[in-house]
Every structure is written in C-alpha cells, then in structure tokens.
Design a protein around this ligand. Structure first.
Ligand code: NAP
Length: 512
C-alpha cells in the first residue's frame, strides 16, 4: 500500500477532510488508485517548527550516527526496490533501463555521502593558535525545504542529492513531493521514516508534504524557521521561489537549478572529420525523451559549404526514433506549445520527426542574434541548429548567451590556436565546459560541477551533483579561546576524528 497521508515530523497524519489528488500513468493515461492528501497550513507549520526544535540535536550528532542513518536509508530503499521501480515506471513512463539506472545512481549518491562523512574533512577545520586561539569549521544552517523534480523521480527527488546532502550536512529536511510522482515519493519517504526509526535520531528531522497547488511549496519557503531551499525545475518555478525567499523578513538561500540549453559548438574541421557526429548528437537530443537539464538544446556549427550536411543527417536520424511519452501530459503540452510558437516565427525553419514529437529548428547565427528569445530552453526532444560562418561568429553567439549548466566545444587539433576567445567567453557562461562527447550524462563525482551562472541556477558558486553539494547547507563558524572540552570534536586538540586540518597554516592530521 502506498501511503496517501503526509508524514509530519515522524507521524503519518491522516486528514479525511484534505483535498486529494492522484497520479496518472503517462503511457496509458490511466489514473492511478492512491488519493494523496494535500498538506494543510497547520501540517506545514508543524513540520518546520518541529524540525527547528530538533535541529541543534541533529546538527551536533556524530558523523558515525549520520553514516548509520544513510546506510539504513540505502537498505530500506534496496528492500523495496522492485515495488518502487514499478511505481516509478507507472507514474513516469520512463523505461525499465532508465528506472534501474536512476535507482543505482540514487544508491551511489547515498554511498558517496557516506564516504564523505566517514572521511569527515568536508567540515574544513582550520586552527590558528598564535594570538587568540581561533578554530573555524563548517556548521549546518538549519531546516531545509527540498522540492522533488519531475524529470528525476528518484535521483533529484525524495532521497535524491538535495535531501541526502542536507542530511549529511546535519540539516533536517522537509520534502515537498512532486505531484507527478507522488506515489514514488511516498514510498521513498516511508523508507526514510523506517531508516530514521532504526537510527536513534529525532524522527522530526524528516517530513514529507504532498500538494498539487503552489500554495504548499510557497508556504514552506515562507515559513520563518526554514533556513534554505533546494529546487530543480522550471525557470518560472525556481525564480518564483527565489523571489519569495528574498522577500521574507529573513531572506534565505534558494539553490534553484532551472533551464539550460547546453550549447554545442562544432568547428568546420570537426564537422568534416567526425563521422559519428550526427548519430551521437541525435541520441543525446532524444535521450529520456529530451527531459534532461543537460539536453543539448542548441548546436552551432561552421559549415562554409552551405550544404548544411549536419541538419540533413540529423533530420534523417530523427525519423528513425520512436520515443517514450514525456513524464507528464502537462510537460508534453508545454513542449508542443513551445514548438508551435517557434513554428510561427519567420526566422526559423522547423522540422518534426515522423514517428515521435522530436523536432529540429534551423536558424542562421545572425538571425539568432537578432532574436535572442530563441535562446530560451525548450524542454523536450528538441534542438536548434545554428549555422555559423566562422569561429568569430560562434564567439559572438557565446557572448550573447545567458548562463548555462554546460557548453561543449567539439574541435580538431588544428583549430586549437583559434579557440582562445571562444573559450574565454564560454568560461563566463557555464559551470561545465566539455571538449569531447555530449553534455547528457552527469558523472556523480567530487570534481563534477552541476550548476552555472543565472538563469541556469540562482547561485553559480555551488553544485547540486557530487559531494560538494553539501556546501550549500553549511556555513563557517569560528570558536575563539574555547576550552578544549567544549569544542566540537572536529576542532579538539586530540583530533579524535582523525581529520585533515589546517593548523597554523600547515595541513596535518596530527593532534595539537
Ligand atoms: P515546476 O513547474 O518548476 O515545478 C517544480 C516544483 O516546484 C513543483 O513541486 C511545483 O509545485 C513547485 N513550484 C513551481 N512553481 C511554484 C511557485 N510559483 N510557487 C510554489 N511552488 C512552485 O516544474 P515541473 O512541474 O517539474 O515541470 C514544468 C516545466 O519545468 C517543464 O515543462 C520544463 O520546462 C521545466 N523543467 C525543467 C527542468 C530542467 O532541468 N531544466 C527540470 C524539470 C522541469 P506544485 O507541484 O505545487 O506545482
């Protein structure tokens, strides 16, 4: 049975008077049976207020207790794997391979935060004993609101990177479930609840709120005891929540990952020498029916022949694909509306695939520069090809682009001396710059940067993928002339956690 109730500070609240909503199988349009309850204002308040009460206790729990908790979440998720993936597929229509892959990724993310806590140095302990005794480390910021993402029902949702990084940091989490996969979210919430019960931690550090109206998310962000927000979704949603948070009496950080068109720049020489280019690009554009934040929504290529070989090969390749439905009819509706708007534009040539809703646009770089609204994200299996005359023209487009998660520069060795200005412009625009491959597929490692200048995200200094995601939920604190016994373990003379610390300017694991 999937829980229809909200989990409020460790208790499943049944509210027979609540408004309810159901999820839909996007493949069959069948309405799925569970009627989920919309969270009330009282429940939202209780969830945040009780998380705030237990915050001090959780913030100061040992890393080993947090490790035990994360390991328990992993075990509980593994125990419900088949049931969870069945619900995931029913609610998202994402294929079996993707479901398995996303599940493994979610488990892998949990394991990477376990390793981070076991090693412990992420708290960045710095000790200076000459003059006043100053000892600095990172400390959690407080209860965090996390919004599940529609396009990643597991890896960017209830036990996804935002939630697990916040738990690792020492922050309680109030999760706003995405209404398109409320059942998947409820199953994961139950797994977290069971893990908490076996971990000797306050049950109030996790709440799970359902809701199909913006009101639940807005009230959560506005709650005076909330201290931070993690979000992945639309520009409109992310910006609205960011604005709300900035207009609170106490503004709080909103780490919103929003739209990106992830441009790919292809030099003429590369176009002429890479036989697999059209195939690789086509696969990337339609991967997951185009519902990846790293989907390549713009491809710029130099083709002085005027033959436009690439668009011809891509069109041909597109006609061979049949794609899974999008994760929700609303997302598909928005995608088709955006295509219709593009079709009406004089400057753009649009071609649609014969067996799916995949589409390609074609425009010259000079027309693109005159119509910069063409640089907005079209979320789905779409890419806009931009015909450029030269690397200089590509550089002008790069300079005009809004902030992006990624850009890719596919060139040939002989182009390298001419790429300096283009790389210079792209560095100002992106969080990740690729020189081979395609941007879809985000490796979960510490060196990954999944973020980028606005409007790709609301804070380009942070990443939402990889263990560095933990830094969104931490702030520095210095203890001055604090007696050793009163210091957090990370800063004590004996270095009981065996951390790598900086002591009087030297990196060391030694005790003082
Ligand atoms: P969304 O509309 O941004 O919604 C995501 C979450 O944010 C939902 O839980 C939603 O709450 C909440 N939310 C949105 N606007 C809000 C507001 N003004 N106040 C309070 N809460 C708000 O995204 P979506 O539903 O996942 O998909 C819609 C579109 O977003 C897609 O068509 C696509 O264009 C884009 N998208 C982009 C990415 C990306 O990675 N670039 C990923 C996913 C989606 P409610 O449930 O209450 O509405």
């Amino acid at each position: 049975m999937i829980k229809s109730q909200n989990l409020i500070a460790g208790r499943w609240h049944d509210n027979p008077k609540a408004s309810t909503f159901q999820t839909v199988n996007p493949k069959t349009n069948q309405v799925l049976p569970t009627s989920f309850q919309e969270a009330t204002s009282e429940q939202i308040h209780e969830a945040v207020a009780k998380a705030a009460v237990v915050f001090d206790r959780y913030a100061t729990t040992s890393f080993s207790k947090r490790v035990k908790f994360l390991k328990a979440i992993q075990s509980e998720l593994e125990a419900i794997g088949p049931k969870l993936l069945k619900t995931y597929q029913e609610e998202s229509a994402l294929p079996e391979g993707r479901a398995q892959g996303e599940f493994q990724r979610t488990i892998g993310q949990i394991q990477s935060f376990i390793a981070l806590l076991e090693e412990g140095s992420f708290v960045q302990a710095v000790i200076h004993t000459q003059g006043p005794d100053l000892r600095k480390m990172l400390y959690p910021i407080g209860p965090i609101g996390v919004f599940g993402a529609s396009n990643f029902p597991l890896a960017f949702s209830t036990a996804g990177g935002d939630t697990i990084s916040a738990f690792a940091a020492g922050c309680p989490v109030i999760l706003k479930a995405h209404p398109y996969h409320a059942g998947t979210s409820a199953l994961v919430a139950e797994a977290i609840y069971k893990a908490l019960k076996s971990s000797d931690l306050p049950l109030e550090i996790f709440s799970h709120l359902g809701g199909v109206s913006h009101s639940v998310g807005s009230q959560l962000v506005m709650h005076p005891m909330l201290k931070g927000v993690g979000f992945t979704g639309s520009f409109a949603g992310g910006k609205a929540l960011h604005n709300l948070a900035q207009n609170r009496e106490e503004p709080i950080p909103v780490f919103a990952e929003m739209g990106s068109i992830n441009p790919i720049f292809i030099t003429e020489k590369r176009l002429q020498t890479d036989e697999n280019l059209a195939d690789t690009l086509a696969q990337s554009i339609v991967l997951g029916s185009g519902q990846f934040c790293t989907n390549p929504g713009m491809i710029l290529c130099c083709d002085s022949s005027g033959e436009n070989h690439l668009i011809k090969s891509l069109r041909k390749r597109f006609n061979e694909f049949s794609l899974a439905p999008m994760v929700h009819s609303n997302i598909e509706k928005k995608y088709l509306e955006q295509l219709k708007t593009l079709e009406e534009k004089q400057t753009l040539e649009l071609s649609k695939a014969s067996q799916s809703n995949a589409a390609l646009g074609w425009v010259t770089a000079s027309d693109l520069l005159k119509n910069q609204n063409l640089m907005e994200e079209v979320f789905g299996p779409f890419s806009l090809l931009v015909a450029c005359k030269s690397i200089e023209e590509m550089t002008s487009v790069a300079a005009a682009l809004p902030g992006q998660l990624t850009a890719t520069l596919l060139s040939h060795e002989t182009d390298h001396p001419k790429l300096g200005s283009l790389i210079g412009k792209l560095q100002n625009k992106v969080g990740r710059l690729l020189f081979e491959g395609v941007p879809t597929g985000v490796a979960v490692t510490q060196a990954m940067q999944h973020g980028g200048p606005f409007p790709a995200t609301t804070d380009s200094r942070f990443t939402s993928v990889g263990t560095d995601a933990v830094y969104r939920w931490l702030r520095p604190i210095t203890y001055q002339d604090c007696p050793n016994a009163l210091l957090p373990a990370a800063l004590q003379n004996e270095n009981p956690l065996a951390l790598n610390r900086i002591v009087n300017g030297q990196q060391t694991q030694a005790s003082l």
